[in-house]
Design a protein around this ligand. Structure first.
Ligand code: 6R9
Length: 650
């Protein structure tokens, strides 16, 4: 980006919190003042929401930036905070997880059940020679054992590295090798789209390249045939026969809790390292503040996969440290039918739902009749994470899922930040559709120009974080220099997240996607997000992805790939007419500079497994290049369809 980002999209709708929710909210407006007055005292207070075996001596040691130490000298056990203390307080019979398998089988685990299983797994891992500081790879489907495996590692101080159950053997073995993991925990398979998929076979292939692996611990989920070797152990023979007694030892606040690899589209994946005290403090506080979680009455559901940071912070550590009751679902949203999610909300009386824009737009495409067929009246807070949420998708979510009165919290954060950083507070913030609004109390985010100077309200540029925060990454595993180069070099003294953003006239923040995706059209920096949002604001469009393709006159030209809503006719002339209408609609909404050169109507878009649109691949298509690396793609056949469509449109 050569200058600041153009600010094209205007949004004037406002939604105040419902009065009853605001009155009873966990966190009120004074939290901002309190944190502004003394940021470190504010975080120390949030750390006291946890049980510490030993109090810290210093809240933050920032004497050697960018290497932060939080709660220096403090000691705690993460699993103790997620399980034992709830059981000890007499809440052992409370449901921790309502688990729903894709085929319709269910399991209910109370806090006492989860505690017993975690103790068994901790004992079993210790018996296998896993010690504090060792690394354990976890490659599991969305079954309760995934949470148990993570908690068991935390309990004995082993550092877990969860690898997404959909990743290839190569991706898995690269991650195992980078972390020198000793044990892999996996399953025979899991259910996706109505079929059992194999996991153990992929582990076998991966582990053949991994000399550090001593054991593979296998949960039986599908019962499918698996190859077996000497290093393999069944979970039900090893864990479920171990003692349910296990005393959790406290660990230093800076003890490594987990490594999670960010996908890294071209370069080697980065092993993002999170530690114990600061991470749990912020994951736990944000769960309480951003979702207004009331453990006694709420039923919370985060639809993410455990292999994504959202699953770490907002399925495992955030909800469990708060003693929440939550739903965990194994499968896909359209198995056996497109109303599955809403049936789950209805069945369990879900009150807080946390999902991703990609899912919301998919639901828009499928049609309003699916959520309308279920009783969603239990819902009271809706969350969004993973990508910028287009204002129309936000409106659709509020109206069709949140019965037009539920706050929507758009939460911005990253694997690297560990927990939510920018978000409305549901009982405090008057929200604007599409805006993540303000940094949370205790967080200092800003938007700066090319030279690192804060942009005025109404301006756009680079999103940075100015002060260290408790759940920040501590380094890239094994590569401190890469940590400095990647995050702290672009703007000295500031963490640069890689995202573009703008401040509106009130100073509220709008995330504009990765700066690598910004288009330079006739000398103007235009964010893909704004053009996509303009397209999605047309009633015929469910989802859109926009890229800049090299153009002889304008430098780059805007090419849009657009998915029409379910009921829209796109055959023949109707399709041509719609394309013309959409180009005009964008020009009218954002100005003529943003009018796409070309719009393609497509059935699917290429996405990563966590649902982010892979614009890089669409750029390859738009510029008629052969495709780059497609290994992180959720469904590789999507690209063939799009490329074929592009050729016929030429
Ligand atoms: C939690 C997570 C991080 C990147 C981040 C940004 C995008 C996430 C967003 C959002 C706009 C939001 N992102 N939440 N963009 N609004 N509410 O997604 O972590 O997988 O590491 O991705 O996702 O681009 O930089 P991760």
């Amino acid at each position: 980006m050569s200058e600041t980002l153009a600010n094209l999209l205007q949004e004037n709708r406002r939604f105040e919190p419902p009065a009853a929710l605001a009155d009873a909210a966990n966190v009120k407006a004074d939290a901002y003042e309190e944190a502004d007055a003394d940021r470190l005292a504010f975080w120390a207070k949030q750390a006291h929401r946890l049980d510490w075996a030993k109090e810290w001596d210093q809240v933050l040691d920032w004497s050697n930036p960018p290497f932060a130490k939080w709660f220096v000298g403090g000691e705690l056990n993460v699993a103790y905070n997620c399980l034992d203390r709830h059981v000890a307080a007499g809440r052992g019979d409370k449901v921790a997880i309502h688990w729903e398998g894709e085929p319709g089988d269910t399991r209910t685990l109370t806090y006492a059940d989860l505690h017993a299983l975690t103790c068994q797994a901790a004992n079993a891992l210790a018996d296998l020679g896993v010690r504090a500081g060792d690394r354990v790879a976890i490659y599991l489907p969305m079954i309760p054992e995934a949470a148990v495996a993570m908690l068991a590692c935390a309990r004995i101080g082993a550092t877990h590295s969860v690898v997404f159950g959909g990743f290839s053997a190569d991706a898995l073995s690269g991650r195992i090798q980078d972390a020198s993991a000793k044990v892999v925990i996996t399953a025979d398979g899991g259910y996706r789209r109505g079929k059992p998929s194999g996991l153990k076979t992929i582990v076998d292939e991966a582990v053949a390249q991994c000399p550090t692996i001593e054991h593979v611990l296998v949960v039986r989920r599908t019962g499918q045939e698996v190859a077996w070797s000497e290093r393999d152990l069944w979970w039900h023979e090893t864990v479920e026969t171990a003692s349910t007694e296990h005393e959790a030892q406290p660990f230093d606040a800076e003890h490594p809790l987990f490594i999670l690899y960010t996908s890294g589209t071209t370069a080697k994946p980065k092993g993002i390292l999170h530690t114990t005290g600061g991470y749990l403090t912020q994951a736990s506080y944000t769960q309480h503040a951003v979702f207004d979680l009331k453990p006694e009455t709420d039923v919370y559901w985060c639809t993410a996969d455990i292999g994504w940071v959202t699953g770490h912070s907002y399925i495992v550590y955030g909800p469990l440290s708060n003693g929440a009751t939550q739903v965990m679902y194994e499968g896909t949203p359209d198995t056996p039918h497109k109303g599955r999610f809403w049936d789950i909300v209805d069945k369990y009386g879900v009150t807080i739902l946390y999902t991703a824009p990609t899912l919301i737009r998919t639901m828009m495409k499928w049609g309003d009749e699916f959520p309308a067929a279920a009783n969603l009246s239990s819902l009271r807070v809706l969350g969004s994470v993973g990508e910028p949420i287009n204002p129309e998708a936000w409106m659709w979510y509020r109206k069709n899922i949140g019965h037009d009165n539920t706050p929507v919290v758009d939460t911005w954060w990253q694997t690297e930040t560990g927990a939510i950083m920018i978000s409305p507070l549901p009982g405090v913030t008057g929200t604007k559709p599409g805006s993540a609004m303000r940094p949370l109390p205790g967080i200092s985010a800003d938007v700066v120009d090319d030279e690192g100077k804060s942009v005025p309200n109404g301006g756009g540029g680079f999103l940075v974080l100015r002060e260290p925060w408790p759940s920040m990454l501590r380094t890239i595993w094994g590569d401190d220099q890469r940590f400095i180069d990647t995050y702290w070099s672009r703007f000295p003294g500031m963490y640069f997240a890689g995202d573009g953003a703008k401040k509106d006239d009130d100073g509220d923040l709008w995330l504009l996607g990765r700066v690598d995706d910004v288009m330079l059209v006739s000398g103007h920096n235009i964010s893909t997000t704004e053009v996509e949002s303009a397209l999605v604001s047309h009633p015929s469009v469910a989802e859109a992805a926009v890229v800049g393709a090299t153009d002889p006159t304008t430098g780059q030209a805007i090419v849009a790939f657009t998915i029409p809503r379910g009921s829209v006719d796109t055959a023949g002339d109707a399709g041509e007419a719609l394309i013309k209408e959409l180009r005009d609609h964008v020009a009218k909404t954002l100005g003529p500079i943003a009018k796409p050169r070309q719009i393609m109507l497509v059935a699917e878009l290429p996405k990563t497994r966590s649902g982010k649109i892979m614009r890089r691949l669409l750029r390859d298509v738009a510029e008629h290049r052969s495709l780059g690396d497609v290994t992180t793609l959720q469904d590789s056949t999507v690209m063939d369809l799009i490329s074929d469509g592009m050729k016929s449109a030429k």
